[in-house]
Design a protein around this ligand. Sequence first.
Ligand code: MBD
Ligand code: FE
Length: 288
Amino acid sequence: MPTTEQAAQTTTAAASGASATERFHTDKSPFEAVKDTPKERVDLLARELLYAAQETIRKHKVTYDEFNALKAWLIQVGRDGEWPLFLDVWLEHVVEDVATAHRDGSKGSIEGPYYVPNAPEQGADGAVPMRADERGTPLLWEGTVTSTDGTALVGATVELWQADADGLYSQFAPGIPEWNLRGTFTVGTDGRFRIRTIEPAPYQIPTDGSCGKLIAAAGWHAWRPAHLHVKVSAPGHELLTTQLYFPGDPHNDDDIANAVKPELMLEPVDRADSGRTVEYGFVLDPAK
Ligand code: MBD
Ligand code: FE
């Protein structure tokens, strides 16, 4: 993980991509987790995925020029470190739907490429670390964490990470303090947490790398609506990874990452002091 000083001094796709790729390898042991997967399943998944690509080539008479452009693009995605971004933006939402379909508790959403574990603990009632002049509408967010049977989960943790008013994430864009807008909150004995933060800006995925090149070539847009990321966990319960959204964002209906669900919409109310307040809690499914 590059420190702020080591990161490039301008925000580039290659810099955030390299950080996201390194982050992925730091946190996960992907091959270890599937070491007992039978050959039959690998065969099935690889065969059907390749078949879908082969059929697309046949159906649309893909040319050698197009095939070579695809090869060059795939090579460049790796060079830019944008595989985490690509996979999380265009495929993770389906993996998430499948993984959480059995749940009765709160709706999940995708993790995306910018989670960092062990954000500083702020207790049951605190502010997320932010700069003295952090821009954005102040948001006071209160809620409860319960089990599906209604029991309050005292000691549950809510890990929050979010972009700043420029749509940038600490540790993935240069010049931002290490833990800025990243914090861990713990539900108090009253069953509640209180988080003071700012409302993030809509987020544009990097447009100067390979993902941006695809977006431009296809005539798509690069926007995600403004969102708060959280992981909510409690002993004996399934980890909830989700995102929360703000009403009226022009990209709630056309999120490039397809990660908005109606249940994840906040309803903030204006306060007298120009900030906003919102109540939103979580219900966790007991682990099986
Ligand atoms: C993000 O901030 C994000 O949440 C996702 C899913 C993809 C890219 C950037
Ligand atoms: Fe995000």
